[in-house]
Design a protein around this ligand. Structure first.
Ligand code: ADP
Length: 638
């Protein structure tokens, strides 16, 4: 852009050149005219100076008519010496016969008395006309000759009265030397004028081009984005006004630039802080803008996607063309889980960037993360199908028993009570399940209130475990008498005969924590019941309670069948059971741990499991705990 201008191409040079040429042409024209007229004038003056006065001519005429040749010759010599002609001129008097009678050249008197050799003299003698002419001789140089006829003053009529001529020959060298001198002076003067003119024109053109040059530099700086400079103002002329305009322009451009920069930054920050991904493309569908969120979604970098087709970027190039997107602009649900090795489902909404004329200049895609929504939707569907399935199983089993009873089995005292017992068990299980579902649904909808009390967890845990020990002693009398809700611990159907030992490894310290007693008891009951359910007969169940500096950790370890590695994170899911048939047979609903998790999390704690298949499982519950607080005071308040 900023190519260096060579001096010969510059305006500076051109203006100077024009000035100099103008000056030279003017000087030359004036000079030529002046020299020419001077030359003519000089020659004219010279010519008029070459003349013989009429009274001298009359004297010569009378001498030529005189009989006494010698006296006449001498007289004529005197006469011509008196002639007022240039001193370099030679005056010769020739008579009618062509004989030279007198000569003004003192060094050359030889031709006096000789015939004149000049043909011009002869023709003047013959026709009596005045002759003027120039001739050039190698030795004499440029010469001017004037031949004046002398007529007989006494002659009358038309007859030839020429009695002789006076020939004046003068060298023109002095005239030309004079002219040459003037020309030389003129040449020197024009050279000096040319030099001075060159100097002046360089200075003037510099004065003109300097502001232009500065404005050029300012424009280049502006193009580079540097608006700091100002053009100097040299005067109030047009260039001065232009400089003022350039300075104003610079300020305006800077303001406009800043405004558009601020606008761009605003747009950038809006895009950067959007939780939705945004991709803008040009007319051909190639990415021109992509925000941080979109880059995160697609796990890519800005420089890798700019200019890439949006179809490729979203990996929909096999299913859609750009035309499809432009014409339908529908929203797409794209699953990136496989590509990204984490679950990601995006809803992509396309819209056109359209000018007022209707010309489509691009496409905007908004990427919205709907993974959670989709997951919830899927879970909801699964849940409904699970609930239906879970309820159908006991119902069909009950129906078959009731059918058998009504088909006559009710009369059979051997099987009727057994059948009725099974139907009762199934009904109990359904009631338990519906109770569980209700408490889950209450927790989901937030309608279940948590009533926090500060209690000594140490004491409370022991109390729960005491109930299980008590149950062991009275199991035969109380077996499954009241197990409609999870609040009551007890031996569930299918585990009536099971024996177990509870070992306690519980800290001696009081641990005051804020919990909802009923709900927490339900959680511990559930884990204990599971431990018993999934333990072998005679197994040891270890209950531990310990504290860290800001948590209490409660754990229950059994020696049961354990949980396979792949299922370990799923046991807290609703209706998830490792072995469905076995769990159902033991009266399980698959909701106990799900409820436990909800409760513990509502209390600000965490529940997790550690298990070795075939060896046993340990369920852990950690609750927030701050030993510094004055627990006694809290207790009083509660
Ligand atoms: P369920 O009513 O079936 O016991 P839970 O939600 O209480 O439902 O438990 C979910 C599943 O976790 C159970 O079906 C079982 O497969 C597994 N599970 C729970 N506790 C234990 C345990 N102590 N030992 C082995 N597996 C267990």
């Amino acid at each position: 852009m900023n190519k260096k201008i060579r001096f010969f191409q510059s305006i500076h040079f051109k203006i100077a050149l024009v000035f100099i040429l103008l000056l030279l042409v003017t000087v030359e024209i004036i000079g030529a005219y002046f020299v020419r007229s001077l030359e003519q004038q000089n020659i004219e003056t010279f010519k008029t100076s070459i003349n013989i006065d009429p009274y001298l001519q009359e004297k010569l005429a009378s001498d030529l008519l005189s009989e006494d040749a010698d006296t006449a010759n001498a007289s004529m010599k005197t006469t011509i010496s008196q002639a007022d002609v240039a001193n370099t001129a030679t005056v010769t008097v020739v008579d009618a016969k062509g004989t030279v009678r007198a000569n003004s050249n003192l060094n050359n008197q030889n031709d006096v008395g000789q015939k004149s050799a000049s043909s011009n003299v002869k023709s003047v003698l013959y026709n009596g006309q005045l002759f003027e002419g120039y001739e050039y001789g190698a030795s004499t140089g440029s010469q001017y000759t004037k031949i004046i006829p002398i007529k007989n003053p006494n002659a009358t009529g038309d007859g030839n009265a020429v009695i002789g001529v006076v020939a004046i020959t003068a060298s023109m060298e002095s005239v030309y030397a004079n002219i040459n001198k003037i020309v030389k002076i003129f040449l020197i003067a024009s050279l000096v004028a040319g030099l001075l003119g060159t100097l002046i024109s360089i200075v003037i053109s510099r004065a003109i081009t300097r502001p232009i040059d500065e404005m050029k530099k300012q424009a280049i700086r502006m193009a580079r984005g540097d608006y700091s400079g100002q053009v100097r103002i040299y005067g109030q002329d047009e260039l001065g006004q232009l400089a003022v305009a350039v300075n104003n322009l610079s300020v305006r451009v800077e303001e406009a630039q800043e405004a558009s920069e601020a606008e761009r930054r605003r747009l950038d920050s809006v895009l950067a802080h959007m939780t939705d991904g945004v991709i803008a493309t040009d007319r051909r569908g190639n990415v021109i803008i992509i925000n941080e969120t979109a880059l995160d979604f697609l796990n890519t970098r800005n420089e890798d996607v700019i200019g890439v087709s949006i179809l490729k970027l979203l990996t929909i190039d096999k299913d859609y063309t750009l035309r499809d997107l432009l014409e339908t602009q529908k929203e797409l649900l794209l699953d990136f889980s496989e590509q990204l090795d984490h679950e990601l489902i995006l809803r992509v909404d396309f819209s056109l960037i359209q000018r007022e004329t209707g010309f489509i200049s691009g496409l905007v895609a908004v990427l919205h993360d709907v993974t959670e929504q989709q997951k919830n939707e899927r879970e909801r569907r699964e849940f409904v199908s699970n609930v239906s399935h879970e309820l159908r199983t006991p119902l069909t089993s009950m129906r078959s028993y009731i059918e058998a009873l009504s088909d006559g089995a009710w009369q059979d005292p051997a099987i009727a009570p057994q059948f009725l017992k099974v139907t009762q068990e199934e009904t109990d299980r359904m009631i338990r399940m519906i109770n569980d579902l209700l408490s889950l649904s209450r927790m989901d909808s937030g309608t279940s209130t948590i009533e926090l009390e500060t209690i000594n967890l140490n004491e409370f845990f022991n109390y729960i475990l005491d109930r299980f020990d008590m149950m062991l002693k009275t199991d035969n009398e109380h077996a499954s008498s009241d197990n409609n809700t999870r609040h009551t611990p007890g031996l569930l159907p299918g585990s009536e005969k099971k024996h177990y030992t509870i070992r306690r490894e519980i800290t001696k310290r009081d641990l005051w924590v804020e919990i909802d007693q009923d709900k927490f008891m339900q959680v511990v009951d559930n884990i204990m019941n599971n431990a018993i359910k999934y333990s072998p007969d005679g197994g040891v169940i270890t209950a531990r309670l310990l504290e860290t500096h800001n948590h209490v950790i409660l754990s229950i370890t059994d020696q049961g069948l354990g949980i396979p590695r792949q299922d370990i994170n799923k046991v807290f899911d609703r209706f998830y059971r490792v072995d469905k048939a076995r769990s159902r047979q033991q009266g399980g609903t698959g909701l106990g741990l799900a409820i436990s998790k909800e409760v513990v999390e509502a209390l600000g704690g965490r529940i997790w499991v550690d298990s070795q298949e075939g060896k046993g499982s340990t369920f852990y519950i950690s609750l927030p705990y701050s030993p510094i607080t004055d627990a006694g005071g809290d207790w009083d308040e509660a």
